[in-house]
Ligand binder design. Sequence first.
Ligand code: NDP
Length: 315
Amino acid sequence: MPTNTAAPNILISAAGEDADWKKALVERLPDANIVTGDDNYDSATIDFALFWKQPQGLIKNLTNLKAIFSLGAGVDHVVSSPSLPKNIPVIRLEDAGMADQMVQYHLYAALHFMRDFDVYSAQQAKANWTQHDVARISKCRVGVMGLGALGAAVATALSNLGFGVSGWSRSMKAIEGITTFAGEDAFDEFLGEADILICLLPRTPETEGLLNSETLSHLPKGAAIINAARGAMINEADLLRAIDTGHLRGAFLDVAVTEPLPESHPFWDHPKIRITPHIAAATRVEESADQIAQNIDRMARGETPTGLVDRQSGY
Ligand code: NDP
């Protein structure tokens, strides 16, 4: 990329949190011209756009863009835009304070099943004081789909706690203590060994609907699902069917196909489903602003930014 010493023009569209992002970016890039949707600005002069759930149609007026930064680890909200030019680099956040939160969420959710808290919740509703044997943690096999910035941290933390952990990704990974699988050919074998299946994949055309009647049937009977990635990865009707027929034990879900989850959605009062409202890992403004400012500086020096999305694979 060419070296560019002119002060960059930066547009922030951050779903109601523009002011926090602007303050953090102004502190780190004092020479930049930083605007939000509330400011008067000339769309044709914007060099960098920082987006989280940006309004539809905003991208097509930004005719001079050098890069788009996602204000999250996922970039599905950006790359799904029909007006996104093919040659614009899209840059995502890498960890930026989210891995710790994902680890906390998944330790809780995995222990929920491993220590039978789902069973005890159901018993409490019936004033039932029955004790069950505590399973050995090493015998509880967790399969983590996605071994990126977040999935690898979650897999390692669960392994450190004593779970038997395997992981699945597109390309083969070597992570201490984790049995790894890669690619479509290994998917069924990976699923067959997961008593608790965790989804930390990005949403792409390849991962949408990946968990459906057919793939869920490869999980061992009584397996549980934890999904804090994107709702679209799971066919919700198929998930309900797999739980209601007793093939699956239950699900712990942070995401849904439609968010906020509609009031009438069967997930809300299903006794075997726990729901949280997309809170597994919040974007941390300070850490993220550091990463974005460093990347803008890198690009100004003609260097390649980190966290560059492969537009072909969509993540
Ligand atoms: P990364 O891009 O770092 O990692 C993605 C992982 O998924 C990689 O290991 C990649 O494989 C693997 N993968 C991608 N496509 C496939 C495929 N078709 N088959 C097998 N493996 C595949 O992402 P992050 O870890 O940073 O984030 C994961 C997702 O978590 C985000 O995209 C976002 O949707 C979600 N998220 C949810 C949040 C919440 O609060 N609920 C907060 C933050 C993120 P490989 O390593 O071979 O490339």
